[in-house]
Design a protein around this ligand. Structure first.
Ligand code: NAI
Length: 248
């Protein structure tokens, strides 16, 4: 018996990267998983490989899609025990004033509006003892130039997390993870490359005391811990999953 037997876990952005690893981690502990993603085919592929899961196409920035996501979870599994608000997008790395307004608005809606909408529409179905885990970023605490609006959106995720933690206590715990750079689809959106060029990769790693970038499993393990009973007294925690990057 896994520790998440008979529990329903929603994972947004569950088709790839951190989200896929989060789905697999909870499924490995017996959870029923709602794989929610804009990319339906990808979500179906992940859901189809898990013992108990459904896939649903969701744009996390859209209110109706969030309502449908909550309803689909309840229809399939009766309740919602954990919501991992993980879907998020960077923008193409550049100085802020070179960014287009539409790109700013879309990024902010996907990264920030989504947290509000998921909480609003999922929480009525969440029993006492349930939790929300948001994926923020270490850039929300220690921003560097080139992704300024993105970093600000993740600082907003951290602030939402801490405010929600108080508003939703004691029934629903709300925490966040703050990962450092990881080789996922994120690189393609932010930098336009599938793999970081060797010199850039070295420069990123040089800033991480643990000597490597994060993996999806590093992030999934931390999300899982925050949602688990081992963290039953933790709420409002924005956990650095950064190999020490933010210390220096
Ligand atoms: P990824 O690009 O590999 O996966 C993101 C997933 O989210 C994709 O399956 C995509 O289809 C889905 N998605 C994108 N927009 C969506 C929307 N509007 N509605 C529903 N699904 C949507 O990226 P990754 O790295 O797994 O990103 C996950 C989270 O981690 C994001 O919030 C990101 O900002 C954050 N993050 C990523 C870091 C990195 O270096 N990879 C570092 C710190 C935080």
């Amino acid at each position: 018996m896994g520790s998440f037997e008979n529990k329903c876990v929603i994972v947004t952005g569950g088709a790839a990267g951190f989200g896929e690893a989060i789905c697999r981690k909870f499924a490995g502990q017996g959870a029923s998983v709602v794989v929610a993603d804009l990319n339906l085919e990808g979500a179906q592929a992940v859901a189809g490989s898990l013992p108990s899961a459904i896939a649903i196409q969701v744009d996390v920035a859209d209110e109706e899609a969030n309502k449908a996501m909550a309803q689909a979870a309840v229809d399939a599994f009766g309740k919602i025990d954990v919501v991992c608000c993980n879907a998020g997008i960077p923008h193409r790395g550049n100085y802020m004033i070179k960014m287009e307004v539409d790109e700013f608005d879309r990024m902010w809606a996907v990264n920030v509006r989504s947290i509000f909408l998921a909480a609003k529409h999922c929480s009525p179905h969440m029993p006492p003892g349930s939790s929300i885990v948001n994926t923020a970023s270490i850039g929300g605490k220690r921003p560097r130039p080139g992704l300024t609006p993105y970093n600000a959106s993740k600082a907003a995720v951290n602030t939402l997390t801490r405010g929600m933690a108080v508003e939703m206590a004691p029934n629903i715990r709300v925490n966040a993870v703050c990962p450092v750079s990881a080789p996922t689809g994120f690189d393609m959106t932010a930098l336009g490359v599938k793999d970081l060029p060797e010199d850039q990769n070295k420069a990123v790693i040089a800033g991480i005391p643990m000597g490597r970038r994060a993996t999806p499993e590093d992030v999934a393990n931390s999300v899982f811990f925050l949602a688990s009973d081992d963290a039953e007294f933790l709420t409002g925690v924005c956990l650095d999953v950064d190999g020490g990057r933010s210390i220096q």
